[in-house]
Design a protein around this ligand. Structure first.
Ligand code: NAD
Ligand code: DAU
Length: 331
């Protein structure tokens, strides 16, 4: 089969393309604009007979139509993905996350193609630290940031296209991913590469915010399971029971990099900072039989630290510009 993977040169998309190459015989066409977050090096070692990179915009209807017509399955990862950037300038988020998704689902409906929409747990807002509930497929949407609001809007577009036009689509809402090929703007790679550079990690606010961590490989396997076995029109939560607060995550990074666990600084909080995310993935586990394979967070974090140590040539070109943006925001 031919898979069209949008955003396949980004963090999670590149890990998904690698998953397809390793675990299936499918041919993969990646459509990626190569924004600051896309990196062709993340795919450079893959067999060109299996993976082709088309540099282009998901808002380009002609290109999207042509690539969708040739595909059997469209898997949609492309997005503006970073909350801090969405607070500085939301415009690219509205264009890519809303207009881009609209452009893709119009093409998928025109050509009658199977579509999978990759989304986030952030569409549900946040939870109190002591709330016994976790997000599930019935939780009401309540996004906080321009990023999560545009992702929520894109989910709603897909749902409406399923109901009104019979689009053959599924949706997944996943928690925070970590692993190789993640841009140095994100929390875990930022702190690892800061420690490599002899800079103290910087935690927003009190450092007590909680994220529900999942390894990118487990996310990839879950998406492929949903594409193969999921029911059309359904939403599936993806999570691996990996709740940790930011102080504990930074403490582990520091410990594994031979620094004192408290060698970090608290800095200005992110405006509107979501307090806690927590996912209940019972539906995915019980209905489709998916189970995480990388749920030892400590082992995954150690491997991720080793990956950043071994792949400085991959991340170094983006580091200074990223830190300059953070300095301007007081982060
Ligand atoms: P990323 O920022 O690392 O990668 C995004 C990719 O999309 C980049 O390669 C970029 O070049 C490409 N892109 C951006 N705008 C484009 C456009 N207009 N046309 C074509 N390509 C474009 O993001 P990520 O962290 O890999 O996230 C991928 C998807 O997974 C997003 O939809 C995100 O909302 C979702 N998601 C992310 C996480 C997470 O923890 N990172 C968790 C749940 C869901
Ligand atoms: O929950 C899924 C979401 O996870 C995805 O939809 C987003 O695309 C992805 O970026 C991620 O969003 P977060 O805002 O949770 O991730 P980020 O890596 O930006 O931050 C994780 C936590 O760490 C958050 O509480 C903010 C905090 N943080 C972040 C940075 C960059 C710090 O304390 N210091 C930092 O330097």
């Amino acid at each position: 089969m031919q898979y069209l993977v949008t955003g396949g040169a980004g963090f999670i998309g590149a890990n998904f393309v690698r998953h397809l190459v390793e675990h299936t015989d499918h041919h993969v066409v990646v459509l990626d604009k190569l924004t600051y977050a896309g990196n062709r090096e993340s795919l450079a070692d893959l067999d060109p007979a299996r993976v082709e990179l088309v540099v282009g915009d998901i808002c380009d209807a002609e290109l999207v139509n042509q690539l969708t017509a040739a595909a059997d399955v469209v898997v949609h990862y492309a997005a503006e993905s970073h909350n801090d950037n969405s607070l500085r300038d939301p415009s690219a988020f509205v264009n890519t996350n809303l207009i881009g998704t609209y452009t893709l689902i119009e093409a998928a409906r025109t050509h009658g193609k199977r579509f999978h929409h990759v989304s986030t747990d952030e569409v549900y807002g946040d939870l109190e630290l002591d709330d016994p509930n976790r997000f599930n497929e019935a939780t009401a949407y309540n996004p906080s940031s321009p990023y999560s609001a545009t992702k929520a809007g894109s989910d709603m577009l897909v749902r409406a296209w399923v109901r009104s036009f019979g689009l053959q689509a599924t949706i997944s809402n996943c928690s925070n991913n970590f692993g190789p090929y993640q841009h140095v703007e994100k929390f875990i790679p930022r702190q690892i590469t800061n420690v490599i550079d002899g800079v103290r990690p910087r935690l927003y606010g009190t450092g007590q915010n909680v994220r529900d961590w999942i390894h990118a490989n487990d996310h990839s396997a879950a998406v492929q399971t949903i594409i193969e076995k999921g029911r059309i029109g359904e939403t599936y939560m993806i999570g691996a029971d990996g709740e940790k607060n930011n102080t504990d995550v930074v403490g582990l990074i520091l410990e594994y990099m031979d620094q004192p666990r408290d060698a970090f600084d608290l800095v200005t909080d992110r405006p509107g900072h979501d307090l806690r995310y927590a996912i209940d993935a019972t539906k995915l586990r019980s209905e489709l039989g998916w189970e995480p394979q990388y749920s030892n967070f400590e082992a995954g974090l150690k491997a991720t630290i080793e990956w950043y140590r071994a792949n400085e040539a991959w991340w170094r070109p983006a580091k200074e510009a990223t830190e300059a943006k953070y300095r301007a925001a007081g982060h």
